[in-house]
Design a protein around this ligand. Structure first.
Ligand SMILES: [Zn+2]
Ligand SMILES: [Zn+2]
Length: 241
């Protein structure tokens, strides 16, 4: 995810067909290097000249002069090469990048093919991706939610501190502007959305139980959601639109 967010240069090993060492070429003696042959055809309207691709050299104008033993008639051989590729930011699963001319060479020194790179995105342990936004699930304890606190939260570019205001509800979403993934076609970056989850203790000591029991009937502890405490679907709608 970090790599996708900012783009990255990667080196990959590629097996591609290249002209084998020791192979030399000479001008095709059939087409004299033009790659085309002209034929005079007799038609009802008289003689016409038609031009077709030279089949001797497949249109390259070159044929193999010398080749070392073990090299076939194409003069090509597989070679392992390290190729540097620049993965731009904002790429996604299933996208295809192409590098012109980095594919197989063609026989007789013609135009090389392209190297096609298929992007597969790895799932991230911390972040979920939604377009160029990344969503982080933050778990805070009940006292931080009630009293407020300053907490450290990971982003794609390192930790940042965020303020949890007193009275923060579970399901609250904080937005860190520009902390998402840089768009593929512009320099605009998405946001990091921090989804607050309130952690309920699964175990309590007798002491803790006693303290909480004392608060049980406190008026402030009675849930009383108001209009500003939006439900789950309203929140999702707000943030995804
Ligand atoms: Zn030819
Ligand atoms: Zn969540």
């Amino acid at each position: 995810m970090q790599e996708i967010a900012s783009g990255i240069e990667k080196k990959i090993k590629v097996k591609r067909l290249v002209t084998a060492p020791g192979v030399t070429f000479k001008t095709c003696n059939v087409c004299n290097g033009s790659g085309k042959v002209s034929k005079v055809v007799n038609t009802m309207l008289g003689q016409m000249v038609s031009s077709t691709v030279c089949h001797h050299c497949n249109g390259t104008g070159q044929i193999i002069d010398n080749k070392p033993p073990g090299v076939d008639s194409t003069g090509l051989q597989f070679k392992e090469e390290i190729i540097k590729i620049n993965i731009p930011s904002g790429v996604g699963d299933g996208m295809q990048l192409s590098m012109t001319g980095k594919g197989n060479e063609s026989a007789g020194g013609g135009i090389s093919g392209d190297l096609l790179i298929l992007i597969e995105e790895k799932d991230d342990d911390d972040f979920k991706r939604d377009g160029n936004n990344v969503v982080y699930d933050l778990y805070i304890n009940f006292t931080d939610a009630a009293l407020g606190n300053e907490l450290e939260v990971p982003t794609l570019t390192g930790n940042v501190k965020i303020k949890i205001p007193p009275g923060t509800q579970g399901g609250k979403i904080f937005r860190l502007r520009g902390k998402g993934i840089k768009d593929l076609n512009s320099s605009v970056a998405g946001d990091q959305l921090i989804h607050v989850n309130i952690w309920t203790p699964k175990k309590l000591t007798t002491e803790e139980e006693k303290i909480l029991s004392q608060l049980k009937n406190s008026k402030n502890f009675k849930p009383s959601p108001g209009k500003s405490d939006k439900g789950f679907f309203e929140k999702i709608r707000d943030f995804m639109s």
